[in-house]
Design a protein around this ligand. Structure first.
Ligand code: BG6
Length: 495
């Protein structure tokens, strides 16, 4: 069932996020016939552009970044008519008055009330002023029909996240507020819930009695590129762990929800964050590692170190790598470490969750029968490989008993012929449908910040670091290996 007439207002229409992610996602939804006949996009920006020029810039973005590749001319022409541009200074009231007129005009043309989705694809310092103006100009009066989507970063720390939540809470109802964590829209991430809760065979094993440890690893080959200015004030812990990695952890660790409702699921996830151990300064020292990349070579090309990137302080102590050993203090997970790591300019781009099971209680085979040995592992590959594999011991064919490790693999490519939608397609459609399951509730965001504050404080208080401490194309600082090796494990990497 298609949604009612819809207007997307994209603040930051000329920005990177719109051209790389939002416009391609809306275009794909259009091609999938998931949009209503009456829909419009109003992009705003400071640059003076005609509708035509704006459309052209989106066309280029879609050709470059859409999963479907080059656009068909006929499709594009049909789509184009739905795209509008408004030059706007977001600090000026008159921009919002004009926006109101533009929205009213579209509704008049359609002779119907439309739902309006305000997407804040702008720097976070604009969030409050835009939110206030939307409310003041009565652009979101009907709470059933208007929504506001907030991009990350949602706050810089617990205090600023609380302030922003308080402001949004004053201006809108919680059901209107969509805090994006685009990882939750990824197909493989959504599948974690299906995998855990639509199968009966995993749940009995999914606890401290059978699982030895869990690893969540999101490594990237790219550096900060042209985002140095933003990243410098953020770092890996804020940029990735506070949101994406902790959300993955919640999906692995949460209790079984009693239904598939947004509130129920978000309650179970926030339970995990509340049960996670807050570190003392000494525990921060024991359980965390940070790093910053130096210069190196990637595919035969020299790449600069972080301190030499544009917009970055040449003496910067911002971390581009973070690893943390977390604990969840509840019955299910007591004593089981959850190792998470993320970093830029690493050897491989891969997001994986590895669940390692405990060893067999008694090993009956003579030592010489073992060719390769690995405790059972379940590996959920989120991207770029999309698969779930179980690593098992098996007998190699032959006259003798020889054990080796084999993989049982469910991979998307071999199983499905349909292409997975992009995260933003799913999330935009959910916004239109009023489904908040895959969005962050106020308390989730705050609980995640609360958990990280002791780490941020401890890191900030010790500023003289021997950065850079890993070179581009490596697996991060050596201390990150030590963090996990100390417990007798090692970071899992895909072959
Ligand atoms: C963003 C971070 O939220 O996620 C970026 O700000 C990071 O620094 C990106 O590169 C990774 O997302 P994806 O979907 O490419 O894994």
């Amino acid at each position: 069932q298609k949604a009612q007439p819809t207007i997307f207002v994209i603040f930051g229409g000329t920005g990177d996020l719109n051209s790389r992610k939002l416009a391609p996602a809306i275009y794909n939804l259009f091609l999938e016939k998931s949009l209503p006949a009456d829909f419009a996009v109003i992009g705003t920006g400071r640059t003076k552009l005609s509708d035509e020029e704006f459309r052209k810039s989106l066309y280029e973005g879609i050709n470059e970044f859409s999963r479907r590749g080059k656009t068909d001319k006929k499709d594009w022409e049909q789509f184009c008519g739905h795209i509008h541009y408004q030059i706007a200074d977001l600090l000026k009231e008159s921009s919002y008055a004009e926006l109101k007129k533009n929205i009213e005009q579209l509704q008049a043309e359609w002779a119907q009330e439309a739902q309006v989705i305000y997407y804040l694809a702008v720097a976070p310092n604009f969030f409050p002023v835009i939110a206030r103006n939307i409310a003041q100009h009565q652009l979101a009066e009907n709470s059933d029909n208007s929504r506001i989507v907030i991009e990350k970063p949602f706050g810089h720390d617990l205090e600023s996240a609380r302030e922003l939540n308080a402001l949004l809470g004053e201006l809108f109802e919680e059901k209107q507020i969509y805090r994006i964590d685009h990882y939750l829209g990824k197909e493989t991430v959504q599948n974690i819930m299906a995998f855990r809760f639509a199968n009966s065979m995993f749940e009995p094993l999914w606890n401290r009695n059978y699982i030895e440890h869990v690893q969540i690893s999101v490594t990237e080959r790219l550096g900060v590129g042209d985002r140095g200015g933003y990243y410098e004030g953020s770092g890996a812990l804020r940029d990735m762990v506070q949101n994406h990695l902790l959300q993955l952890l919640c999906l692995v660790a949460m209790e079984t929800p009693t239904n598939f409702g947004a509130e129920e699921i978000r309650n179970r996830k926030v339970d995990v964050l509340h049960a996670m151990r807050r570190f003392s300064a000494e525990e921060v020292r024991m359980n965390t590692v940070r790093g910053q990349y130096g210069q190196g070579w990637i595919e035969g090309k020299e790449v600069p170190g972080y301190r030499d990137e544009t917009g970055v302080d040449p003496e910067s102590n911002t971390e581009t790598f973070a690893a943390v050993k977390f604990f969840i203090d509840n019955w299910r997970w007591q004593g089981i470490p959850f190792y998470v790591r993320t970093g830029k300019r690493l050897h491989q781009t891969a997001s994986t969750i590895t669940i390692q099971f405990k060893d067999v209680p008694h090993f009956i085979f003579p030592p010489e029968t073992t060719e390769t040995w690995q405790q059972n592992r379940l590996i959920i590959s989120i991207q770029p490989e999309m698969s779930i594999r179980m690593q098992l011991q098996a007998k190699r064919p032959g006259l003798e008993m020889v054990l080796n490790t084999v993989d049982m693999v469910f991979d998307y490519k071999g199983t499905y012929t349909v292409e997975a939608p992009e995260a933003y397609e799913t999330l935009l459609l959910d916004t239109m449908d009023g489904d908040q399951t895959l969005f962050m509730r106020a308390d989730q965001v705050e609980a995640a910040w609360d958990l990280l504050m002791p780490i941020l404080h401890a890191w900030e208080s010790k500023r003289s670091l021997s950065f850079p401490n890993y070179s581009a194309d490596s697996w991060g600082p050596e201390v990150a290996e030590a963090l996990i090796a100390r417990d007798g494990f090692h970071w899992f990497t895909l072959p």
